[in-house]
Design a protein around this ligand. Structure first.
Ligand code: ADP
Ligand code: MG
Length: 231
C-alpha cells in the first residue's frame, strides 16, 4: 500500500495517528530503514510472523489507546523461541488490560525482529506555526528527556544542516564511540535526516513524526519505533 493509501485509510477510519506498523510501512516506502513490523491478532499468528522474520523477536501492543507502549507493559524484547513469543502475546494483552482497564481496545501485536544494539538516537518532526515543519535530532533516553540535548533545523534541510545537527549536540562524543562502544555512522545519520526532511516536505499532511529510537551502528542506522500523526 502506498503512503497516500495508508494515510487515506487512517483518515477514513477517523484516526490521525498511524500505528507503528503503518508508520514503518510508509517510512520504508520513502527509503527510510525500519524493523518491519507485521500485525498478529492471535498468538499463533505472532509465532508464524516471528518464524518468518527470524529470532530473536520483539512483540509490541497495537492499540489506538496506547501512546507509550513500554509504559503499559506493551513491549517484549528478545523473544528467542516460539514458546516465548506465544507467552509474550498473552502477557502483553494482560499487562495492557490491567494498565488501561478492561475496555481498552487492543488490535493485536506488532511482530518484528530484534535489532542488534546500537547507539539510540531520536529524529522527530513537529510543525511550528511560524516556520512550518522543523526536524529535531538528539540522543535517545535520558539525554533527550532530561537534558533536552537536541538540535533543530527548519525543513527542507540542506546537507550542511544535517552535518551540523549531528555534530552540535553536547552528546556528540557518544556518537564517536566511547569505552569500546562502536562509533555511529555519521554519514548514515545525515542521510537519514535528509530523507526524513524530503519525506515530510513531500507529504504536508504529516503533522508529526517520531523515530524514537533509531539505532545507529558503525555501518548504517535503523528506526526500531515510529509514530506518524497526520492532519
Ligand atoms: P515505546 O516508545 O512506545 O515505549 P518502543 O517501540 O520505542 O516503545 O520500544 C521501547 C524500547 O524497546 C525502545 O526504546 C528500544 O530500546 C527497544 N526496542 C523496541 N523495538 C526494538 C527492536 N525491534 N529491536 C531492538 N530493540 C527494540
Ligand atoms: Mg519508542
Amino acid at each position: 500500500m502506498s503512503i497516500v493509501d495508508v494515510i487515506d485509510r487512517a483518515k477514513a477510519e477517523g484516526r490521525t495517528v498511524l500505528t507503528e506498523i503503518e508508520s514503518k510501512q510508509v517510512l520504508e516506502e520513502a527509503g527510510i530503514p525500519t524493523t518491519t513490523a507485521r500485525l498478529a491478532k492471535t498468538a499463533e499468528e505472532a509465532v508464524n510472523a516471528a518464524k518468518e522474520f527470524g529470532y530473536p523477536a520483539v512483540l509490541k501492543v497495537v492499540s489506538p489507546d496506547v501512546t507509550h507502549k513500554s509504559d503499559v507493559g506493551g513491549v517484549r524484547l528478545g523473544l528467542d523461541s516460539p514458546e516465548a513469543v506465544a507467552a509474550a502475546f498473552g502477557e502483553i494483552a494482560q499487562a495492557v488490560k490491567s494498565a488501561l482497564g478492561g475496555d481498552a481496545r487492543i488490535d493485536g501485536v506488532a511482530v518484528q525482529k530484534m535489532a542488534r544494539p546500537g547507539i539510540e538516537v531520536i529524529i522527530g518532526m513537529s510543525k511550528d506555526p511560524q516556520f512550518g515543519p522543523v526536524l529535531m535530532f538528539g540522543l535517545g533516553g535520558i539525554l533527550v528527556e532530561v537534558l533536552k540535548d537536541v538540535a533543530f533545523r527548519i525543513v527542507p534541510l540542506e546537507p550542511r544542516d544535517a552535518r551540523q545537527m549531528v555534530r552540535e549536540i553536547k552528546g556528540f562524543p557518544v556518537l564517536q564511540g566511547f569505552r569500546g562502544q562502536e562509533p555511529a555512522d555519521l554519514e548514515a545519520l545525515e542521510k537519514l535526516l535528509l530523507k526524513v526532511s524530503a519525506f515530510v516536505e513531500a507529504h504536508p499532511e504529516i503533522e508529526e513524526l517520531d523515530l524514537n529510537p533509531v539505532f545507529a551502528y558503525k555501518d548504517g542506522a535503523i528506526a526500531v519505533d515510529a509514530r506518524i500523526v497526520v492532519g
